[in-house]
Write a protein that binds this ligand. Sequence first.
Ligand SMILES: Nc1ncnc2c1ncn2[C@@H]1O[C@H](COP(=O)(O)OP(=O)(O)OP(=O)(O)O)[C@@H](O)[C@H]1O
Ligand SMILES: [Mg+2]
Length: 417
Amino acid sequence: MRSSRPLSIETRIKVILTAIAMALTALTVGTALTQGFFERAGEARLLLETARSAASGLPADHVEPLLKRLKPFWKEAPRAQGAETVRSADGQEWRFVLDRAAIWNALVYRQRYVLVAGLIGLLVAVELAVFLAYSLTRPMKILAWGCEQMRSGRWVRLPTLSRTPYELEALNEAFNGMVDDLKRWQEFQKQAARVERLAALGSVAAAVAHEVKNPLASMRIHLDLLRGRLPEKEKDCLEILGAELDRLNQTVSQLLSYARPRPPLFGPVDVRDLLSWTASMTSTPCRLAAVNLSWAVEEGCPPIWGDGPQLKQVMLNLVLNAVAAQPNGGSVRLEAQRSGQNVALRVEDAGPGIPAELLERIFDPFFTTRPDGTGLGLSIVHRIVEGHGGRIDVESTGQKTVFSVTLPTAPPGKKES
Ligand SMILES: Nc1ncnc2c1ncn2[C@@H]1O[C@H](COP(=O)(O)OP(=O)(O)OP(=O)(O)O)[C@@H](O)[C@H]1O
Ligand SMILES: [Mg+2]
């Protein structure tokens, strides 16, 4: 058996209010008409009594015109039962019954304006019921829509409704508050997951790095010794071997710096120095990829309160990513400017952008789309920025990607004047 869907609140409000309006209208009109009817019937009886007493002293042919005056309310009765009689002095008899239909018709005709007004009142009441039902249930429908969106994984905030009862407004605000809390909670969970992954990685990386780094150093030394002994034409192989060893060493170092970060050593970091160092360090990869790098620092930009080498690593990773995203040429623009008590660093490239579905994951350790990437660059950047009490945001379209790093200009709790 299929259970029938319960009536919506909107329908219930409409039905109840319409029923109340109809009942009130019917009661008012009904009372007025019934009262009128009894008044008319009383008048008719008085008329009959007057005619009856007058007829008792008159001959039949004088009574006839008198009886015509009874006609609007009385009609002649075919039978004696239940009828009122009028008798003339010479004994002729007339029988009458009350003509209820005629009285009602006359009454309705006389009260027609009242009836029309009642009908209009009823229509207005029904319209009001519909409007009230709509305005009361609309916020609830929006709320239900919001919950449905949340259930399907889309974050939505409900619009502020004007002229809404305050209870519904409170419900709206509570929903938006819940969404904000959930967002914060999700962000927190992501960070906790990242920290967890990091902790697991930390212990593995420490052991692996210990095992790998020393043999790597010894291999590099022996390779250099070997270079002196081999004839010139054999040295190409050593070059390749050396380059691969360096790459391996760099990967292990990156892994270590992610897994075992050292706490930042804070001090003032000149923004102009930071950007010019980044530009000079990345000039070779930029040249090789035909990427045009430019940079600018806003006049009067204050120094960042941070760890110089760590901030250099941040800029280097961001610029190398931007260059890697444009292997066939393009541009990278570095900008720094004051933003309240902070400095905002911007790294913008004209690359193909990051697909929306990947944006969420780019700061995860080991997430990479490049065959030769470790996927640690942005995780390190994220960790360093967080360690500085700053934040990193990314915006990406099909034509460009912008990383914005906001860093404080003073130690926490110390406001710059
Ligand atoms: N400017 C950018 N334009 C397009 N994609 C980017 C950009 N920056 C980062 N990405 C994407 O984010 C991913 C993660 O970057 P991340 O720096 O963490 O690792 P990686 O560059 O792949 O490797 P590595 O550890 O060597 O830096 C990249 O693989 C790339 O897909
Ligand atoms: Mg990278």
